[in-house]
Ligand binder design. Sequence first.
Ligand SMILES: Cc1cc2nc3c(=O)[nH]c(=O)nc-3n(C[C@H](O)[C@H](O)[C@H](O)COP(=O)(O)O)c2cc1C
Ligand SMILES: CC(C)CC(=O)C(=O)O
Length: 407
Amino acid sequence: MARRDQRLVPISLADLEHNAHITMDLNALDYYRSGANDMQTLRDNQEAFTRLRLRPRILRDVSKVDTQTTLLGHPVASPICISPTAMQRLANDEGEKATARAAAKAKKCMILSSWSTTSAEDTIAAGKEIPVQHDTPGLPLFWFQLYVYKDRAMTESLIRRVEKVGYKALVITVDTPFLGRRLADVRNVFTLPSHMSMANFETKESKVTMANILKQEEDISNININEKAAEVKVVRQESSLAAYVVSQIDPSLNWKDIEWIQSITKLPIIVKGVLTAEDAELAVKSGAKGILVSNHGGRQLDGVLATIDALPEVLDAVKGKGVEVYLDGGVRKGTDVLKALALGARAVFLGRPILWGLAHDGEAGVSLALDLLQKEFELAMALAGCCKIADINRAHVQHGTTPTSRL
Ligand SMILES: Cc1cc2nc3c(=O)[nH]c(=O)nc-3n(C[C@H](O)[C@H](O)[C@H](O)COP(=O)(O)O)c2cc1C
Ligand SMILES: CC(C)CC(=O)C(=O)O
């Protein structure tokens, strides 16, 4: 048994998380690990997977297991993908570039956040530096996550930039009209260090640091932690990130805007943050080609359904309508991937585990995170009697009856 403060040689995603908790500074660690409010949904995302049980098939020659699949027609090596997470340079100086290289090496899909600390151009260029090995199936795939800005001209110019450099889809996040209340970030007065910026919005004349936007750099950097806490009590009851969201993101966003975006781009749209059948139907009506069932890793409305529990109603609502349905939130084990695919998800996406990998060892750490989960998934497929993705079906999973506490 390792001591709580000892770094582990990681053999699971949980080990990578353990290590990141030891090495990261509190401002960044709390930002990454927090959920909103009581963090009920954050816990539930993982726990809900443990309430499902697998129904394996036997004697099916699983000597070769193949995980290749397609996402909106693009071949990838595996249905394990990378969710957008903002500000990856908080974990490692190479940040988004390291993630892009690891994604490209593994021929997996990466979604880049609008609020990255590396620009969309530099991130995809880093991914393209990796020579594609043609002896294994699949190709790297990059999608861009879009926050819709109050400034629509800026939103449109960002779309043009990502179209130009080769992102293959727009993933529009719809669960963040305002930032969820993450208590640790309020206490820490979370801010992006001043040498990092929201790189997609940087110009020759100005860097978009949060502190610049809030015109508070001096105030924030010249006071110690206790004084910061005191200041929050008196001056602000929110993190600088929440204030940034209020200043930039358009809370009036609605389904007509999704249609508007679809009218100005040929890129397919994926709506990220759908949790109900009703909204899944509306997403299809507004032209979305994909739905990412997500509760933002439990960081927005606390108390919503775990994503694996919301998945079946979304799938039922869009059945036969030609839309791909994906899931993120709490995916940590190969068996979680198998359960999500058995219920009908086309792919799963990882948020925090990628950040823990980055914090552990940059690009090599992200590769390790992807590889650990990939190997676990291949083993889970084999032990359940599945040789290829198309073999995984609804009969492989059922709701368990054993209370989690007795496991
Ligand atoms: C630190 C952090 C930053 C995130 N930033 C974004 C973002 O910029 N855009 C977005 O759509 N979702 C963002 N998310 C949500 C993730 O895309 C994803 O939905 C969530 O992390 C999945 O849950 P998991 O962390 O349990 O895998 C962020 C999540 C975390 C933890
Ligand atoms: C910049 C933030 C809005 C990024 C985000 O989505 C998050 O912190 O969950």
